[in-house]
Design a protein around this ligand. Structure first.
Ligand code: ZN
Length: 139
């Protein structure tokens, strides 16, 4: 008596090729050129006429935290977005954070950006603990 084992299908998965960059139109000194643009970028590069190619920057959608003020207005704080200056000397994308809406931004490379996000999660937990005291304050 012979025992046969079922044949296992051969895994022939080829490595995934890198995604082709999306080419978009940009304008530099009146000349229309094609530049690679990451999928997360929301900038209309054809809407601006740049003096230098180094002035071209990619930017993602900004995420903000709306905070209601005493006068009823809403302040958007902690604006964060991915930014990249692909033709500048330092061309790696980074997280740009404008803490108070002043337009003054700080740059976070990926490890620092993740640490910042972790700090925000910890901050939210501390706020949640403070909110938990509100019910007890009424008693
Ligand atoms: Zn772009």
């Amino acid at each position: 008596m012979s025992v046969s084992t079922p044949a296992t299908p051969q895994q022939t998965s080829a490595p995934t090729p890198p995604a082709s960059p999306r080419l978009v139109a940009a304008v530099v000194r009146g000349q229309r050129i094609a530049v690679p643009c990451p999928s997360w970028c929301v900038v209309d590069h054809s809407a601006q006429d740049l003096a230098f190619l180094e002035d071209l920057s990619h930017a993602g959608e900004a995420v903000t935290l709306p905070v209601r003020q005493f006068d009823g207005s809403v302040e958007k704080v902690l604006a964060a977005q991915v930014v990249q200056w692909p033709f500048a000397r330092e061309s790696e994308p980074y997280l740009s954070v404008d803490a108070d809406g002043s337009g003054e931004c700080n740059q976070y490379a990926e490890p620092a950006a993740l640490a910042f996000a972790d700090q925000l999660v910890a901050h939210a937990e501390r706020i949640r603990c403070e909110v938990g005291k509100l019910g007890g304050a009424r008693a």
